[in-house]
Ligand binder design. Structure first.
Ligand SMILES: C[S@@+](CC[C@H](N)C(=O)[O-])C[C@H]1O[C@@H](n2cnc3c(N)ncnc32)[C@H](O)[C@@H]1O
Length: 253
């Protein structure tokens, strides 16, 4: 963010949640999660009972640029330490059958969590479970709240790497002040350029002897079309140029 750009996010807690993975059975999953963390600005990876992470193996192979920091900086901790020192958010697929249990219910979606997490005090951790069996009921019972990704009712269980990636994407407002995407607002056509476009259209309607009684209606239609089109400056000036050439064109014999 540039120095003079207004920061509308001053109320956001700047400490993003840690990401904890419990008993990740495959090193590749740890690498995938580390990469997603780096993509979406998360830094603190906590590993409970991790597999061996060989620097020449799958974890580092899948981690992309996270092999430089997120992965080597990961902390190995116990589940007890996690439960006792963090506000824990257990990520798990929740289904209709879970609505009477206090283990997986109630839940927040990741999008709802992104809104509410800044109001939670102290260190927080998103907790992901094993690829094969997820988080056990005993582990879920010690977790403070549940987060579940809305997915197909027929098949709501994502694989571990996908679940972490979707969740971190939804929570990116907690970590990223800006993304790589160019600001569309900066390239949008200003009002003066759009006015020039309408002036050129009016000149063209005149040029082609569009019936006088239809001109207002036609101009209204054009304003609606361009209003929906959300033109960039470059698009609008190109159209102005083309219309000007059509208007200036000498009459054909
Ligand atoms: C392949 S799943 C585990 C499947 C296991 N049979 C279960 O039902 O939990 C691996 C991990 O991905 C995460 N996960 C998968 N689907 C999810 C969803 N819809 N919402 C939130 N987390 C999900 C959970 O952390 C889960 O422990």
């Amino acid at each position: 963010m540039s120095d003079d750009a207004p920061d509308t996010r001053t109320d956001v807690d700047r400490t993003p949640p840690a990401v904890a993975v419990v008993d990740a059975q495959s090193p590749g999953n740890v690498g995938t999660i580390a990469r997603a963390m780096k993509n979406f600005g998360f830094e603190d990876l906590l590993l409970v009972d991790p597999p061996e992470l060989d620097p020449d193996g799958e974890a580092y192979g899948f981690a992309g640029h996270a092999r430089e920091d997120v992965l080597p900086d990961a902390d190995e901790i116990t589940f007890d330490h996690l439960a006792e020192n963090y506000h824990t958010i257990g990520c798990t697929a929740v289904t209709n059958e879970d609505d009477r249990s206090h283990t997986r219910f109630p839940y927040s979606t990741p999008a709802a969590l992104a809104e509410r997490l800044p109001t939670v005090e102290g260190p927080t951790a998103l907790v992901f479970g094993r690829e094969r069996v997820g988080l056990t009921n005993e582990e879920l019972a010690r977790i403070d709240e549940i987060c579940s990704i809305p997915a197909s009712a027929e098949y709501p269980v994502l694989n571990l790497g996908q679940a972490a990636t979707v969740t971190l994407y939804e929570l990116r407002s907690l970590t990223l002040e800006e993304t790589q995407l160019p600001d569309l607002e900066r390239v949008r056509a200003p009002e003066q350029t759009i006015d020039r476009l309408y002036d050129q259209w009016a000149a063209l309607l005149e040029e082609i002897n569009h019936p006088a009684e239809k001109r207002d209606k036609t101009m209204r239609m054009l304003r609606r079309v361009y209003g929906r089109a959300d033109l960039t400056e470059r698009e609008a000036t190109t159209l102005v140029g083309l219309l000007r050439r059509a208007t200036d064109r000498p009459a054909e014999n």
